[in-house]
Design a protein around this ligand. Sequence first.
Ligand code: C2E
Ligand code: MG
Ligand code: MG
Ligand code: MG
Length: 278
Amino acid sequence: FSRQKRTPGYEVFQPLMHSKTIERLNIERDLIHALRNEELRVYYQPIITLKNLQIVGFEALVRWQHPTRGLVSPCQFIPIAERTELIVDIGEWVMKTACQQMKNWSLQFPDRSLKISVNISLKQLKDPDLMAKIDRILVGTGWDSHKLQLEITESMLMDDVDDLLKIFAQLATRKIQLSIDDFGTGYSSLSYLHQFPVKYLKVDRSFIKNIYTHSESKKITELIVMLAHNLDMEVIAEGVETTQQIECLRPFNCEYVQGYLFSAPVPVEAATKLISEI
Ligand code: C2E
Ligand code: MG
Ligand code: MG
Ligand code: MG
């Protein structure tokens, strides 16, 4: 985690460290060993077509089976991992594990064609070894690159445009597709959006949450879907929990939905069941 710059020779002494700081340090200390101790897990949440409710793929979402804390949510440790270099190794492990699992499912269910979507942090995207790591994972697992999607957040697009375009071009040669996650909540310049080779826009769940009850949320969602379609992107609605929300989305011709209504993110065994049931 980042330290404040201090005058050399002086030590800022705080008699009581804020308990949140201590908590963060504890998590960071444990996280260093989590990978080696095989404490991380990948959960899978189905992504479904709105039209006929078919599973087209999964989003890989990491969890941490902590020895004393139990199952820890990524919200509690990903931001900490992102302040250190840990996110780079964790992200690589998630991608490898997910691609390996997808390969296994493709052998088990040869008539199904499913894609995997993996969340990726800015530090990973800017890692000079990213392409080498991706290639190693694809070769090692035998998973097809065109069935791998990377989810980036809107605010990541505010980074150096030329840098990003180079990275995105390298992904494009591998036919790896990009999604923008949590769209509508981050800081992004709409005028930037069209220059990036983005295939999917994921409407943030805060809009979907109120889509049936608040006409503003519905109007904003409609606007996002129209924007995406105008830019030749497809739309995934995140956090769909009710059939009313589904019916609100239908007239917008939103392509995909994802949410608890269909399934929460689940471990391998439960996800296998989902695939076999459809
Ligand atoms: P995200 O990528 O936007 O993932 C969607 C989050 O919404 C997930 O939370 C998912 O469990 C939750 N969700 C899905 N459907 C519903 C619903 O119907 N209702 C509600 N209330 N929630 C729903 P989760 O798994 O706790 O992950 C939180 C965030 O942590 C993710 O947000 C993503 O930003 C980050 N994250 C998770 N795994 C990874 C990873 O492997 N790498 C990186 N860099 N970030 C990750
Ligand atoms: Mg995501
Ligand atoms: Mg999201
Ligand atoms: Mg989110």
